[in-house]
Design a protein around this ligand. Structure first.
Ligand SMILES: Nc1nc2c(ncn2[C@@H]2O[C@H](COP(=O)(O)OP(=O)(O)OP(=O)(O)O)[C@@H](O)[C@H]2O)c(=O)[nH]1
Ligand SMILES: [Mg+2]
Length: 538
C-alpha cells in the first residue's frame, strides 16, 4: 500500500498550473513511455482547449517513489475562484505558482488568503524563470510581503521555494543549479506535505467537493476520504448539510491514476475517489458509516455576484440559429447545469425569461457558449451585479483591480476609473516604461470597462481583477454614455451601407446579416439612439 499525499495547484490565471501538472505526469513515469500526451492535457473539455484556460478543477494521481500523490489542478480565472476555495479543503498543502515576471497578481492574493485561512502551509513555485524579464528574487520578496500582510503564521512564512520553468520541464531549489528535470518539485512535496490526519481505523467519513454526471451511472461525487475505508456495494449513510440522512449503497467506486478513471473495490482514508449511487448528492455532503453517521464541517459556497437575464428569442429572426428555442427547453438545460455546477443559480424572471447568476461575466459566457453549441437559441441581457441586503444595508460586490499600463497612459486610466468610483491603493513603476496601479472598485464599474480600457491604452494595457468582498452600495457610478444604432429596415445588410455607417459608431453586423426594424446593429459614438438604414445599396 502506497502512502498518500494530497495537494492542489493554485495561482493567478496563466501562471502555468496546467503546464506544470503535465510535466509532473510525464516525468513521474505515470504515463507509459510510448503514450502520446497533448499539451495541457488536464484542460480536457472543448472550451478549455480552445481558450487555453482551465474552467473546472480536475484531479489526477501520480505515483512517485513509494507515494501516491493526488494533485488537483485548479482554474486561475477570478470567476472560478469559488471552485478553488472548495478544493482547498480537500488537500493538505498547495503548490502556489507565481510567474517570475508578473509577480503577485489579484488572484494570487485571493487564493493565498484562502489557503492561509485554512491553515495550509504553501510550497511556493516561482515559475517561468526562463522568461528574459524574470526576476525570481523580487517575486519571492513580493510573496513574503503578501504572506505577512495576510497574517501568515511562523510556519507559513517559512515557506519552501522551488524555481521552475514548467514549460521547459525543469525545476530547481537553487537558481544556480543546472536545469535538469521537474523532480525537485515532487521531492519537495514528499518532504513538506503532511500526511492526511484521519485514520483508516476510524468509522468511514468522506466529503464530496465536486459533482459530475454520467448517463449510465447518474450523479457522481468526487470526494476525499477523511476517515475509514470504503468498499464498492457497501451501505453508507448520506448526511446533508441540513442534517437530513438517507442510507444507500455505493453502486460504483472509481479511483484515479494519471488521466484514467478506473473501477476499484476499495479505498482508504486520505485518498480521493469518485462515488455513484446517490441521486441527491451535493457538494459538501458527507458519506458516513451507517452505525456512526457524523457529518464533516460544511463547505462554504460563495454566492454569485453577477446576473444576466436569458430569455426566449422573440425577435422576427427567431428560430433561425438554433433548434432548441422554447422556454421549456431552456429551463430544462439550465436545471441540468445547476445539478453539477454549484457556483451558478437560476430563477424564473417572468414569461420565457430566466435570471442566471454566477461569479462573473466569463462564467456566464461559458455557459451561454456551451448552450449555443448544443443548439440552443436565446437572448442575453445586460449583466448586472447582485445587490444584497445585510442588516438593512444594501451591499454590492467590490473587486480588487490591478492594471499594468505604459507610463503615458496612467493619467487617462486613473481618470476613467475615478469616474467609476475606483479607489487607488498603490502605484508602482515596474521599470521598462510600465506602471502597475492597484484599485478597489465596485464590480458595477467594471462591467463593459475592458473594451474602453483597451481603447484608452491603445491595446497595450493589461487588467486583472478578482472578487474582494461585499461593501455598502456606493452612489453615482457613471454608466456608458453611448446610444445604439437601430435598424429602420427589414432585409439583408449591405457592405456599402455598413461601410458608410462606420463613422457613426461600432457596427455589430456584417454584410448579408439579416436585420429587422428595431434591431440594435451597432453602438452609436454619441449618447443618443439613432435610426439608420443598413440595407441601402449603391
Ligand atoms: N515561458 C514560459 N511559459 C510558460 C511556462 N509554463 C507555462 N507557460 C505558458 O503559460 C501559458 C499558460 O499556461 P497554463 O498551464 O495554461 O496556465 P494555467 O495556470 O493552467 O492557466 P489557467 O488554468 O487558465 O489559470 C501557456 O502558454 C504556457 O505554455 C514556463 O515555465 N515558461
Ligand atoms: Mg490551467
Amino acid at each position: 500500500m502506497k502512502e498518500i499525499r494530497n495537494i492542489a495547484v493554485i495561482a493567478h490565471v496563466d501562471h502555468g498550473k496546467t503546464t506544470l501538472v503535465d510535466e509532473l505526469l510525464k516525468q513521474s513515469g505515470t504515463f507509459d513511455a510510448h503514450q502520446k500526451v497533448d499539451e495541457r492535457v488536464m484542460d480536457s473539455n472543448d472550451l478549455e482547449k480552445e481558450r487555453g484556460i482551465t474552467i473546472l478543477s480536475k484531479n489526477t494521481a501520480i505515483t512517485y517513489k513509494d507515494y501516491k500523490i493526488n494533485i488537483i489542478d485548479t482554474p486561475g480565472h477570478a470567476d472560478f475562484g469559488g471552485e478553488v476555495e472548495r478544493v482547498l479543503k480537500m488537500v493538505d498543502s498547495v503548490l502556489l505558482l507565481v510567474d517570475a515576471q508578473e509577480g503577485v497578481m489579484p488572484q494570487t492574493k485571493f487564493v493565498v488568503k484562502k489557503a492561509l485561512e485554512l491553515g495550509l502551509r504553501p510550497i511556493v513555485v516561482v515559475n517561468k524563470i526562463d522568461k528574459p524579464a524574470a526576476e525570481p528574487d523580487r517575486v519571492v520578496d513580493e510573496i513574503f510581503d503578501l504572506f505577512v500582510a495576510l497574517d501568515a503564521n511562523e510556519a507559513q512564512l517559512d515557506f519552501p521555494v522551488v524555481y521552475a520553468a514548467a514549460k521547459n520541464g525543469y525545476a530547481k531549489l537553487d537558481l544556480n543549479d543546472p536545469d535538469e528535470n521537474i523532480l525537485p518539485i515532487l521531492d519537495t512535496i514528499l518532504e513538506h506535505v503532511p500526511p492526511s490526519s484521519g485514520s483508516v481505523d476510524n468509522p468511514l467519513q468522506l466529503q464530496v467537493f465536486t459533482l459530475d454526471y454520467d448517463n449510465f451511472v447518474g450523479k457522481i461525487g468526487i470526494a476525499r476520504i477523511f476517515n475509514g475505508k470504503i468498499k464498492k456495494n457497501q451501505s453508507v449513510t448520506l448526511v446533508k448539510s441540513n442534517g437530513e440522512k438517507t442510507t444507500g449503497r455505493i453502486s460504483k467506486l472509481i479511483g484515479f491514476i494519471g488521466l484514467d478513471r478506473i473501477d476499484i473495490d476499495e479505498a482508504v482514508s486520505g485518498d480521493i475517489v469518485a462515488v455513484a449511487g446517490f441521486d441527491t448528492l451535493d457538494v459538501g455532503d458527507t458519506l458516513a458509516d451507517p452505525n456512526n453517521p457524523v457529518a464533516l464541517d460544511p463547505i462554504h459556497i460563495e454566492e454569485p455576484t453577477l446576473s444576466v437575464v436569458m430569455s426566449v428569442n422573440d425577435s422576427p429572426l427567431a428560430g433561425t440559429e438554433g433548434k432548441f428555442v422554447t422556454s421549456n427547453k431552456i429551463a430544462e438545460r439550465l436545471e441540468a447545469e445547476m445539478q453539477t455546477n454549484i457556483a451558478m443559480k437560476y430563477e424564473s424572471s417572468g414569461e420565457g425569461s430566466f435570471k442566471v447568476s454566477g461569479r462573473g461575466e466569463l462564467q456566464i459566457t461559458i455557459l451561454a457558449e456551451n448552450m449555443r453549441r448544443e443548439g440552443f437559441e436565446f437572448l442575453l441581457g445586460r449583466p448586472e451585479v447582485i445587490i444584497k441586503e445585510e442588516n438593512g444595508v444594501k451591499m454590492e460586490p467590490f473587486e480588487h483591480l490591478v492594471v499594468d499600463v505604459p507610463d503615458d497612459f496612467t493619467g487617462v486610466v486613473i481618470e476613467k476609473l475615478g469616474r467609476k468610483k475606483a479607489e487607488m491603493k498603490s502605484m508602482t513603476p515596474t521599470g521598462d516604461g510600465q506602471t502597475r496601479i492597484e484599485f478597489e472598485i465596485p464590480a458595477r464599474g467594471l462591467i463593459g470597462f475592458r473594451s474602453q480600457f483597451l481603447t484608452d491604452t491603445k491595446g497595450e494595457g493589461v487588467m486583472n481583477h478578482s472578487f474582494l468582498e461585499y461593501r455598502p452600495l456606493s452612489s453615482g457610478i457613471e454608466h456608458r454614455m453611448n446610444g445604439a444604432l437601430v435598424s429602420m429596415e427589414n432585409g439583408e445588410a449591405s457592405g456599402f451601407s455598413i461601410f458608410n455607417l462606420q463613422d457613426r459608431g461600432v457596427m455589430f453586423i456584417k454584410p448579408q446579416d439579416k436585420v429587422y426594424v428595431g434591431m440594435i446593429i451597432g453602438e452609436h459614438a454619441r449618447s443618443n439612439d439613432l435610426d439608420v438604414n443598413p440595407i441601402k445599396g449603391k
